[in-house]
Ligand binder design. Structure first.
Ligand code: ASP
Length: 328
């Protein structure tokens, strides 16, 4: 029988009926066996309790620990399932996709909108589908939720209460688990699996909105090593001097300080094109990096990862190409 590692990190899936109380590890395992007994007929599961927290507590240091744990254990199993809260699942999936390069076994993240022990919980099917995906799906970091398998660094959470909690706006997905479970091909590997731990967390996400006072981001810059600007549409932001809210000084100051800026779009579908409009061209002139169609999670985490592994002039190249299928 094939072996899978099941790493529990927490989230609603592992909470008791009385949220927000997390089930104690023993109670979690008992509930798992009682509610999803089929799991043991699909694979021999090796359980690892990583943490038991709401995913709002996830942090870059924990991603490094999780990636290290997975890398260390993957040689002994055929794949891994990671149970995780939905709130920051897209961030953890992105981080793992960059830290576990050339993955040769599936690593599938899943979670649930209702706790495992509750009637009408989505945890049961999500777990069975995640295990199925870890046994038969593509060898990369994926997210399995509501009968769909997505590339991990392409998802975003779109619903707080419905079971289709995730979508993948710029990637068609890697599988559908309907009556039949069907999977597409995954990433092609360019070498042996490697652990690339380490992230520089001193980055900031600046969402542009009408009324944004440029003095606020300017005041933050001395503390930053990188900035992601979530701009309008194709990569736009105000540049008119008329009302004192041009963001040009922010881009100029970033360039002066050597703080890399990645521009992504607030529009979930398609991506930025900095050659289309005046402000995009200006951003480029100040050395801003085109974030393409990366999700906000992928852009922020990749910038943290790039700053740790490809500092200096190599950073742009790292961010502007797809390293784990995170951009088209
Ligand atoms: N707050 C929870 C978490 O992210 C939500 C969930 O798991 O669905 O841990």
């Amino acid at each position: 029988m094939r072996r899978l590692l099941l790493v529990h990190t927490g989230g609603t899936l592992g909470m008791s009926g009385r949220r927000p109380h997390a089930l104690k590890p023993g109670a979690f395992l008992r509930t798992l066996r009682a509610r999803v007994p089929e799991l043991t007929t699909l694979a021999k599961l090796e359980f690892e309790l990583f943490s038991n927290v709401d995913s709002c507590e996830m942090q870059p240091e924990l991603w490094t620990k999780l990636a290290t744990l997975l890398h260390g254990r993957l040689d002994d199993v055929d794949g891994a399932v990671v149970t995780h809260g939905t709130d920051t699942l897209s961030d953890t999936a992105s981080a793992l996709s960059f830290m576990l390069a050339n993955l040769d076994k599936p690593v599938v993240l899943t979670g649930a909108q209702r706790p495992l022990g509750e009637v009408r919980s989505d945890a049961r099917l999500n777990l069975i589908d995640a295990v199925t995906s870890a046994l038969h799906g593509p060898r990369e970091v994926t997210v399995c939720f509501d009968s769909h398998l997505f590339r991990g660094n392409r998802v975003r959470k779109v619903s707080v209460a419905e079971y289709d909690a995730f979508d993948s706006p710029n990637h068609p997905g890697l599988g559908v688990l309907g009556v039949e479970a069907r999977f597409g091909p995954g990433l092609s590997r360019r070498g042996r699996r490697a652990l690339l731990p380490g992230l520089v967390p001193e980055v900031f996400l600046l969402r542009v909105f009408p009324g944004l006072d440029p003095q606020l981001p300017l005041a933050l810059l001395p503390r930053l090593k990188g900035l992601v600007v979530e701009a309008y549409g194709a990569g736009n932001f105000p540049v008119s001097k008329a009302l004192g809210r041009s963001l040009e000084p922010v881009f100029a100051e970033c360039q002066r300080r050597g703080v890399p800026v990645v521009v992504v779009s607030q529009a979930p579908r398609n991506g930025v094109d900095l050659s289309l409009y005046e402000s995009g061209a200006l951003a480029r002139a100040y050395g801003a990096i085109d974030g393409g169609d990366m999700t906000m999670s992928a852009a922020v985490v990749k910038l943290m990862h790039g700053l740790a592994h490809h500092p200096g002039h190599r950073l742009r190249r790292y961010l502007e190409r797809a390293v784990a299928g995170e951009r088209s």
